[in-house]
Design a protein around this ligand. Structure first.
Ligand SMILES: Cc1cc2nc3c(=O)[nH]c(=O)nc-3n(C[C@H](O)[C@H](O)[C@H](O)COP(=O)(O)O)c2cc1C
Length: 170
């Protein structure tokens, strides 16, 4: 598959098979995260990978009772220990972690897996479950697993609506 084919195939999966992910596939998925770009190449992301059933059940509760999470083979918790702010005024933590997580999503898709971003969670509930220190930001969760069925992603805006050349013309 080309990169664009993988991007087209990816969708937010909320129903997973009760099937473990082969360790070598998971290694490839996390290698994609490791190779992601980051501001000043700081690589201040940290990922906690949860496979344990009981811990996943606790994370469901911390994630607004999104039950589908329990069915995923793995929940990745994307964290950052950076408080660096770029010249442009944006914090690097959410940007860098998001790029790495999307690398994970795309590599997983290429391997026949499916993923779902999860931003609806309470960090103060996730923190004690995983023993994440107070000075570490919990940025996003991501479910990964074999999809129970094939689906399509949501509709997108036309390119004309979201992109212009040379000058702001919206
Ligand atoms: C930052 C972010 C947070 C999200 N949080 C959730 C979430 O908590 N629960 C959920 O079911 N989907 C979540 N999603 C998935 C979006 O709803 C989904 O990407 C969007 O509707 C487009 O659908 P598609 O990914 O299937 O193309 C999140 C996506 C992103 C990028």
């Amino acid at each position: 598959m080309t990169v664009l084919e993988v991007i087209r195939k990816r969708y937010s999966c909320r129903a997973y098979q009760d099937r473990a992910i082969e360790p070598e596939k998971l290694d490839e998925v996390f290698e994609a995260a490791r190779l992601a770009p980051s501001a000043r190449n700081l690589q201040d992301w940290r990922f906690v990978v949860v496979k344990d059933k009981q811990t996943k059940a606790k994370l469901v509760e911390a994630a607004n009772n999104q039950r589908f999470l329990e069915g995923a083979a793995v929940i990745v918790v994307g964290c950052s220990n950076s408080d660096h702010v770029m010249r442009c005024g944006q914090a690097i933590a959410p940007i860098d972690v998001a790029i790495a997580l999307e690398h994970i999503a795309l590599q997983a898709t290429e391997l026949g897996l499916a993923t779902c971003w999860v931003g609806s969670f309470f960090p103060e509930k996730v923190r004690p479950i995983l023993g994440i220190p107070e000075d570490v930001a919990i940025i996003e969760l991501m479910a990964i697993g074999y999809p129970a069925n094939e689906q399509k992603g949501q509709k997108r805006e036309s390119i004309e609506k979201v992109l212009c050349y040379e000058q702001w013309r919206f």
